[in-house]
Design a binder for this molecule. Structure first.
Ligand code: UDP
Ligand code: MN
Length: 298
């Protein structure tokens, strides 16, 4: 069993950050990341998309990767990207791999501080589940038996230490990730949890500072706002099915006029920028953390 020990001496340089995105979200979502936290982690952050885009290639200093994975929110396309993220991480040889979605704000300073609490030589799978119970599936992949495991929601972000990353290579590289994802019929983040918990018998450590828009964002208190690793925005009630912005143009109306479809689930930032220019509140958050940025008040 792994143990937390003394504070590790790590910096942002030890972390490889991957962000999953898709063609339709470059303009609407990547632009926000580029205006905010990407500026603090330009060298270690890479975007995994499904299309070439000269403009965003430039804006990210060449850090936009066309995975050639299928577009679409189906498990295959998403798992294809996660596999590419993982393979790029392994090549990087960094101490940590952290994955986020393109609707996350990453507080890089807190990310480093919190990862520094985990012994760098041990196996760590850090993140936050979005389910109240572990997932239970009939495991057709192996014997036909019930398998129960937790998984970290990809939309909240998750981190894996190098030593664990190396152990999952046989399951996550060379097409194995998609193969396993198909076999269990579940998406990328679930597949990762399955590999780590069910196949190699490690386990998820819940780190409460990861947040996805499946949570109620305004529940993050004013006092705790700056101590989080990740934040989200947007819909959280997915039970209605078509709650979000599936049809491409919906995304442009984020925070805006799509009444009834789009739920305004954003963090609360005191004295932030106007909602009309910062519907996600990520610019306002960034201003609190980096007050000298040009678009910030004074
Ligand atoms: N995504 C993708 N292809 C798609 C739709 C979404 O790669 O066709 C990515 C998107 O960029 C994001 C993640 O998958 O990083 C989750 O998508 P979204 O936030 O739209 O949906 P959620 O699963 O959070 O409801
Ligand atoms: Mn999302």
């Amino acid at each position: 069993v792994s143990t937390r020990s003394r504070i590790q001496n790590i910096t942002l340089e030890d972390i490889f950050i991957t962000v999953k995105t898709t063609r339709a979200f470059h303009r609407t979502r990547l632009s926000i990341i580029i205006k905010t936290w990407f500026q603090l982690a330009k060298n270690q952050t890479w975007f995994f998309s499904d299309a070439d885009d000269d403009e965003y290639h430039m804006l990210t200093n060449g850090h936009l990767i066309n995975t050639n994975c299928p577009e679409g929110h189906d498990p295959d396309g998403l798992s294809c990207k996660m596999a590419k993220e993982f393979e790029a991480y392994i090549k990087s040889q960094k101490s940590w791999w952290c994955h986020f979605d393109d609707d996350n704000y990453v507080n890089t300073e807190q990310l480093v501080q919190i990862l520094a609490q985990y012994d760098i030589d041990q196996d760590w799978y850090l993140g936050k589940p979005s389910t109240t119970y572990p997932l239970s599936i009939i495991d057709r992949g192996r014997v036909m038996k019930q398998t129960t495991f937790w998984f970290a929601t990809g939309g909240a972000g998750l981190c894996i230490s190098k030593s664990l990353g190396l152990k999952i290579i046989p399951y996550a590289s060379n097409g194995n990730f998609i193969r396993i994802s198909r076999k269990i019929g579940l998406p990328d983040d679930v597949t990762l949890g399955y590999i780590i918990e069910a196949l190699i018998q490690n386990y998820l450590i819940v780190v409460p500072q990861f947040h996805s828009h499946l949570e109620v964002m305004k529940h993050i208190s004013k006092e705790d706002l700056y101590k989080q690793i990740s934040y989200g925005y947007g819909r959280w009630d997915q039970r209605g099915g078509e709650v979000g912005e599936e049809e491409g143009d919906g995304e442009q109306r984020e925070g805006g006029a799509k009444a009834g479809r789009y739920i305004d689930n954003v963090i609360q930032v005191e004295d932030g920028l106007d909602k009309s220019i910062d519907p996600t509140r990520f610019l306002s958050l960034h201003c609190k953390l980096q007050p000298s940025v040009s678009y910030c008040p004074n």
